[in-house]
Design a binder for this molecule. Sequence first.
Ligand code: PXP
Length: 237
Amino acid sequence: MPKLGVNIDHVATVRQARLGFEPDVLQAAMEAIRGGADGITVHLREDRRHIRDRDVTALRKSIRVPLNLEMSLAEEIVAFAFRLTPPKVCIVPEKRKELTTEGGLAVAREFSRVARAVERLSRRNIEISLFIAPLEREVRAAKKSGAQVIELHTGEYAHARSGHERKLELKRLKEAASLAHSLGLGVNAGHGLNYENVKPVAHISHMVELNIGHSIVSRALFVGMRQAVQEMKRLLN
Ligand code: PXP
């Protein structure tokens, strides 16, 4: 059964709506951990739209499960991660105007830039994953870059408009996971996963961890963070 990384960015989104202190991001992380989260994920965006530097620093100090920092390749952010040394980072593409991370990292196209960041962060013993589309060329480029882990982008699967399309996307995820595993890469997945669509992805062979944010934070509004995480964990079992 895959582990569950809970992404709490959108707790900070609600806080930033009033630029204040509540809801408290650290408290959300603690409740998620009490509910069974195996890790906590946050995305420190260049525009600091939700998670702020001080959130990441506080989480790094306080939580007892691994912190996974999602980040772009921007020099300032890479330098921040280098100083903070979270146990894990996930490198993602970032566009200013997007609502959320829209696609996978173009590792094959931006190879030297990615490999340079991987090399730099590896010096701090940080486990590095690359958020990529389930494509053979991206899996192979990720391996060549020196990253230890890939996170497969499940957005196309989650947003498929028909059962047929969803099946095809699931097949692509399975093939990419199997190739990555054969190359010695760890396999995570995430984006757009929710209580309805998560099970088939959780059943993909070699899946190590799923990172899920929006659906859990949304459910937490009604049942609380602890229970929202417990319910998702049950689906992964
Ligand atoms: N994994 C990565 C790399 C992401 O960028 C995101 C979105 O921030 C997620 C997982 C979580 O996606 P969602 O909020 O749709 O569950």
